[in-house]
Write a protein that binds this ligand. Structure first.
Ligand SMILES: NC(=O)c1ccc[n+]([C@@H]2O[C@H](COP(=O)([O-])OP(=O)(O)OC[C@H]3O[C@@H](n4cnc5c(N)ncnc54)[C@H](O)[C@@H]3O)[C@@H](O)[C@H]2O)c1
Length: 423
């Protein structure tokens, strides 16, 4: 994605990855993930010769002035970010340096990683290397738009050369005046984690507020609107749901807790954020159990939405995994639909789940429907048709998409989150 966007502004870009299948697909303009707007960008830039893909990482090093390291940094067993891939790439860069280069850590990496990358490279070459930390703030599902029109670009630099090169590369994306914020490398590395920590904290706070609403009879949507209208708070990331997931929040929260731990600091708020989230991921399974009892043998449950959020086929750490595994363990038959994530789900669950290309087909004979992801197409279903297809009209709504008054009229059992239920 970064490569395609940088090619779009006129740069010559080579993207390297060790995954040969991925590279073969990308070389033909096929994107191995679901990301709106990315495919035409890649196709166009391949066609004009500004973008190419290779598995030859040494060649990428030799031919480039600026090298972005954007490999995965999964959570290690102890929660710390696993830097194996980042440092592997740094070693290959070091071994293939053929002149002065700027190396940019784009992966989300803990404080001190850029210094480690620099050390690794310098131990293998006499050529000068400048390092830069350029954390990525894009959202999956809106990645191209976020990269092309960022709220801000954060650049942690260690030299005037890195500042100038990276500044020039990013200027085309901030012509409307959004800032490029230059800072020291340590602050840049920490900024990315703090941004995700702040957003995850808002989500966990609102998930607890939703539970308070269930206990008190307040309506979380009204509370959210009431507090979100305060300009000091703002309206985003206040929607309660089945817990955060994805490739970033869970691992980044863990990694920041771990960074604190390594330095003798107990990051208490983030431990609570994580604990609330783990409990939240189990909430809708518990709600299903409360309704049907713990043994779901002979029950069929339809699940709408498997991706951790709309606009992506990514199911990493998705709350739907906890739900589906829990339903299967209790003996239920699971009939699942997702507009993008069915191939991902097939790899995860195999033939233990029944998959449906059309949302209504997943409802046939179901005892209940659980809506897990707020894809647009789930927002205004034809409830008459939903009811006709289901064995019993029971809807669990983990995203608060529907209105209790309407569901009552239609004679559904309706169980949302932190709002009036119909039982
Ligand atoms: N996905 C997001 O929305 C997002 C947003 C902001 C930041 N980030 C950060 O960006 C980084 C990458 O995330 P992702 O979701 O793209 O991960 P990913 O796991 O989907 O992709 C990582 C890629 O790195 C490749 N790779 C691994 N080792 C390699 C090596 N030695 N040489 C060359 N390629 C190698 C893998 O084959 C894989 O294709 C992570 O640190 C993540 O935290 C991701």
């Amino acid at each position: 994605m970064v490569g395609a966007c940088l090619a779009e502004t006129g740069n010559d870009v080579i993207c390297g990855d060790v995954d040969a299948e991925k590279i073969a697909a990308l070389s033909q303009g096929r994107i191995p993930i679901y990301e709106p707007g990315l495919e035409p960008l890649v196709e166009r830039n391949i066609a004009v010769g500004r973008l190419r893909f290779t598995t030859d990482i040494p060649e990428v090093t030799r031919e480039s002035e600026v090298i972005f390291i954007a490999v995965g940094t999964p959570a290690d067993e102890d929660g710390s970010a696993d830097l194996r891939h980042v440092l592997d790439v740094a070693a290959v860069i070091g071994d293939n340096m053929n002149g002065e280069k700027v190396v940019v850590t784009k992966s989300t990496v803990p404080v001190g990683t850029a210094a480690l990358v620099k050390e690794t490279i310098e131990a293998r070459t006499d050529h000068q290397v400048h390092v830069c930390s350029n954390p990525e703030f894009l959202k999956e599902g809106a990645a191209v738009e976020d990269f092309m029109r960022p709220d801000r670009v954060v650049l942690g630099v260690d030299s005037p050369r890195a500042r100038q090169m990276l500044g020039e590369l990013h200027e085309p994306f901030v012509r409307t005046g959004n800032p490029i914020i230059f800072m020291d490398i340590t602050s840049a590395e920490l900024t990315k984690y703090v941004a995700n920590a702040m957003l995850a904290t808002r989500i966990s706070l609102m998930n607890e507020v939703a539970r308070m609403c269930d206990l008190t009879g307040a309506d979380v949507s009204l509370v959210r609107h009431g507090v979100g209208s305060d300009h000091r708070i703002g309206p985003t990331f206040l929607f309660p749901g089945p817990g955060y997931g994805g490739s970033c929040f869970p691992k980044d929260i863990k990694a920041l807790i771990r960074t604190g731990h390594e330095r003798g600091y107990d990051f208490k708020i983030l431990r609570a954020v994580e604990e609330v989230n783990e409990a939240q991921k189990r909430l809708f399974l518990e709600k299903v159990e409360q309704h049907f009892g713990p043994d779901l043998t002979g029950r069929t449950v339809a699940v709408w939405g498997l991706a951790f959020k709309p606009g992506t086929d990514d199911m990493r750490e998705s709350p739907s995994i906890v739900l589906v595994e829990g339903l299967l363990a209790r003996g239920a038959v699971v009939q699942a639909h997702d507009p993008a994530a069915l191939p991902t789900a097939r790899r995860l669950f195999g033939d233990r789940v029944q998959y449906f290309e059309r949302d209504y087909d997943a409802l046939k004979g179901a005892d209940a429907l659980v809506v897990m992801t707020d894809w647009l197409e789930y927002r205004r279903p034809n409830f008459q048709r939903v009811k006709e297809l289901m064995k019993t009209p029971v809807v669990f709504d983990a995203r608060n998409l529907y209105e209790a008054s309407r569901m009552r009229e239609l004679k559904f059992v309706y169980i949302p989150l932190g709002r009036e239920a119909v039982t």
